[in-house]
Design a protein around this ligand. Structure first.
Ligand code: 5GP
Ligand code: MN
Length: 324
C-alpha cells in the first residue's frame, strides 16, 4: 500500500464502501471485513451492494448493515472486487463521482478507474488485499473480520483449489483461522450447499450441453428457471461443474435474463488458457481462468457471437503457444 492510499484512508472520516453487483463470497467478505476494520479505526462507514445479499451468505457478521442505496455525505468511496466502475451498479450514485475513489481489486481486467488504485494481480481474492492492508495498518484481527475475510479467500479459491492459491494465501488463511474464523462453517455454507432448485435447474440444462472443439457449453433459459422456481441468476456452480469434463478445456454457460433481452455469460478455463480477454472484449471482465459478461441480445444471437469470438481467441492462443 503506498503512502497516498494510507493517507487518504487515515484522513477520511466518512467512508462509503461498495462491492460488485450480483455479489459473491469475495465481494461480500471483503466488503464486510473492510467495514469491520473501518469501525475499529473509528470511522463512520456505510456498506453498499446494488443487489441483495443471497440467503446463504447471511451467516456473515454484519450482513444486515449492507444497503442497496447509500444515504448521507462521504469523504471517500472505496470499490471492492470491481474491475470497472459499472460493476458497482446503482449504489455508485452520480453525486459520488466528484469524491475520491479508491479501487481495491485483483482482476487482471481491472481498468484502474480509481483516483487511487490498489490492484494486486497476485492476490487470489480481494479479501487477501484487505488482510494485507489491515496488517500494514497494524489493526488487530477479531473473529468477525477473520470470518468475513476467510470467506472471500475460500470462495474465490473454491476451497484452496485454484491456480491462484499461493503459499501466501495459505499462510493468511492460517492466521485468519487462528484469529477465530471457522473454515468448516464457511465451506459448508458456501461451497457444499445450494438450493434444491439449483440442482433441478442443472438437470434441465445439462442434457443440452454441447462440445465444440474443446469448448463445452450449455444454456439456461428463463423458462427453465421459472419451472424450477430459482429466481436469481448465479450459474457459477454449473459452469465449474462443466469444466470437470475431461474432454473440455473451456466451459461456458449462457443464462437468459431480463425477459430474454440479455444473456449472462460465465466462462471457465483450465490452466494454460485465458478467458479474461474474450470477456473484456465483450465489455465484461474477470480472471484468466474465470470470467463473465452480460451481453444484450437473444440467447441464440449471443451464443453464436460469443462462441465465434471464443473460437478465434482460443485459436490465437494456440498459435502463440506453438511459436513460444
Ligand atoms: P462468475 O462466473 O463466478 O459470476 O464470475 C467469474 C469472474 O468473472 C468473477 O471474478 C467475476 O467478478 C467476473 N465477472 C463476472 N461477470 C462479470 C461482468 O459482467 N463484468 C465484469 N467486469 N466481470 C465479471
Ligand atoms: Mn474476487
Amino acid at each position: 500500500m503506498d503512502t497516498a492510499i494510507r493517507d487518504i484512508l487515515q484522513r477520511s472520516q466518512r467512508i462509503l464502501a461498495i462491492c460488485h453487483v450480483n455479489p459473491d463470497g469475495d465481494a461480500l467478505g471483503s466488503l464486510l471485513g473492510f467495514g469491520w476494520a473501518l469501525k475499529e479505526m473509528g470511522k463512520e462507514t456505510a456498506l453498499a451492494c446494488a443487489d441483495p445479499v443471497p440467503p446463504f451468505y447471511q451467516y456473515l457478521p454484519g450482513h444486515e448493515e449492507i444497503v442497496q442505496q447509500p444515504v448521507g455525505e462521504f469523504d471517500l468511496v472505496v470499490s471492492l472486487d470491481c474491475s470497472d466502475a459499472q460493476r458497482m451498479g446503482d449504489s455508485y450514485r452520480d453525486e459520488y463521482r466528484r469524491l475520491p475513489l479508491l479501487n481495491v481489486d485483483h482482476h487482471v481486467t481491472n481498468l484502474r478507474f480509481g483516483t487511487f488504485n490498489l490492484v494486486d494481480l497476485e492476490a487470489a481474492s480481494t479479501a487477501e488485499i484487505i488482510f494485507l492492508m489491515l496488517d500494514e495498518l497494524a489493526l488487530p484481527l477479531d473473529p468477525p473480520i477473520a470470518q468475513c475475510l476467510l470467506t472471500g479467500i475460500v470462495t474465490d479459491t473454491r476451497g484452496f483449489r485454484t491456480a491462484s492459491c499461493t503459499p501466501r494465501v495459505l499462510s493468511i488463511a492460517n492466521r485468519l483461522m487462528a484469529a477465530g474464523a471457522s473454515l468448516p462453517e464457511i465451506v459448508s455454507r458456501t461451497l457444499d450447499r445450494r438450493p434444491l432448485a439449483a440442482i433441478r435447474l442443472w438437470a434441465q440444462a445439462l442434457p443440452g450441453a454441447q462440445l465444440r472443439g474443446r469448448v463445452l457449453w450449455t444454456e439456461v433459459t428463463e423458462a427453465m428457471r421459472a419451472a424450477t422456481g430459482l429466481a436469481t441468476v448465479d450459474d457459477s456452480g454449473l459452469v465449474n461443474f462443466l469444466l470437470t469434463a475431461e474432454e473440455a478445456d473451456v466451459a461456458v454457460v449462457f443464462s437468459e435474463k431480463n425477459g430474454g433481452q440479455e444473456v449472462e455469460v460465465g466462462f471457465r478455463a483450465r490452466p494454460g488458457w485465458d478467458v479474461a480477454q474474450v470477456a473484456l472484449a465483450l465489455g465484461g471482465g474477470g480472471h484468466m481462468l474465470a470470467s463473465g459478461v452480460t451481453v444484450r441480445g437473444t440467447l441464440p444471437e449471443v451464443r453464436e457471437r460469443v462462441l465465434a469470438l471464443l473460437d478465434e481467441s482460443l485459436a490465437a492462443q494456440e498459435r502463440a503457444h506453438r511459436i513460444t
